[in-house]
Design a protein around this ligand. Structure first.
Ligand SMILES: Nc1nc2c(ncn2[C@@H]2O[C@H](COP(=O)(O)OP(=O)(O)O)[C@@H](O)[C@H]2O)c(=O)[nH]1
Ligand SMILES: [Mg+2]
Length: 328
């Protein structure tokens, strides 16, 4: 690899400050930064793909950060380098990160083999999650073995994160079995592994939740995103006591082995790269469309007419697109 940019060189040596800088560049909305970030990613692309990408989701307070810290510490003890990225779509709304204190993961963050990056505050073009894919690749280029993406169960973020990771872990509370909201909302079908956290608080409830979710997964016919014909593991853990973390890691390794053997692992990554490309094409085309002078001039009142039912959306779309296609 020839490093066009000194920053790329620094990232490739695993320098955490360079990595932080590179991610900031990728999150920037400035056009010149965007070009630099593209060049950087281009230079580092051959060094990406080597990490295991894990998504972790669940309602605020379920214990995601506590779990990630416990897992991270164990992995680091085994000699692995661990990066954590947080996606928090609500942070720009609430003005503060709902990921809260534990997001700092104080014990993990002091480890030389750890890198923790909170969510960009706000204003990131195309949503907060848009640049997490780039951050993930940059972490890989910096030599991290495992990249964990933490996201709250809000809006589209779970789907987005499941779409950029190899395995999606859904965390539940011991009373999760009592109401199957997550299953109704269609989030459960994204899960590759389900964890019932805080089993230390009420082991009987955790066991009930485990049984309910296991049978619900069977009834609904969810077999994991890869479509493999085996049950999604549902495990009880206690993140504060670091109990069940090893069993989780073993379940994850078993699933990985199965997917590598079947080709599902590579297929998922191929599909994700292609989806990313289309996402970018869609969002950039839409931005260009809205910027187009003739479209820009008529868009507002066309929208009003469409909303009022005075113009059919089909007709309006055709008219706007033909304006867009006209040379200016
Ligand atoms: N008893 C118990 N408390 C936990 C466990 N995991 C997390 N917590 C606590 O739950 C609260 C929320 O944890 P946090 O990791 O910040 O949740 P997040 O919002 O999902 O990231 C904190 O006070 C944790 O100490 C657990 O396994 N058992
Ligand atoms: Mg958190």
């Amino acid at each position: 690899v020839s490093f066009a940019l000194p920053l790329a060189q620094a990232v490739a040596t695993g320098d955490r400050r360079a990595l932080a800088k590179a991610i900031t560049l990728a999150e920037s909305t400035r056009t010149d930064h965007r070009f630099q970030a593209d060049a950087l990613l281009d230079a580092l692309m051959p060094r990406t793909g080597g990490a295991l990408r894990i998504g972790v989701s669940g309602v605020p307070g379920v214990g995601k950060s506590t779990f990630i810290e416990a897992l991270g510490l164990q992995l680091i003890a085994q000699g692995q380098r661990v990066a954590v990225l947080a996606v928090d779509p609500s942070s720009s709304v609430s003005g503060g990160s709902i990921l809260g204190d534990k997001t700092r993961m104080e014990r993990l963050s002091v480890q030389p083999s750890a890198f923790i990056r909170p969510s960009p505050t706000s204003g990131a073009l195309g949503g907060v999650a848009a640049h997490t894919r780039e951050a993930l690749l940059l972490c890989e280029a910096a030599g991290f073995d495992v990249v964990i993406v933490e996201t709250v169960g809000v809006g589209q973020s779970e789907t987005t994160v499941a779409g950029m990771t190899d395995l999606f872990v859904l965390m539940q509370l011991p009373n999760a079995g009592d109401d199957l909201q997550a299953i109704k909302r269609g989030v459960m079908e994204l899960a590759d592994i389900v964890l019932i956290n805080k089993a230390d608080l009420d082991d009987a409830a955790a066991t009930r939740a485990q049984a309910t979710i296991t049978s619900a997964l069977r009834v609904f016919g969810f077999h994991g995103r890869s479509g493999a014909h085996h049950a999604v593991p549902v495990l009880k853990i206690s993140s504060t006591r670091a109990e069940g973390i090893e069993a989780f890691w073993q379940a994850l390794q078993d699933e990985l082995t199965r997917r590598r053997d079947s080709g599902d692992f590579d297929a998922r990554r191929r599909a994700q790269r292609q989806a990313w490309l289309w996402d970018l094409v869609h969002s950039r085309l839409l931005a260009a469309f809205k910027r187009h002078p003739a479209v820009h001039k008529t868009l507002a009142h066309t929208l009003v007419d469409v909303q009022a039912g005075r113009i059919a959306p089909t007709v309006a779309a055709r008219a706007l697109l033909s304006l867009f296609e006209t040379k200016t």
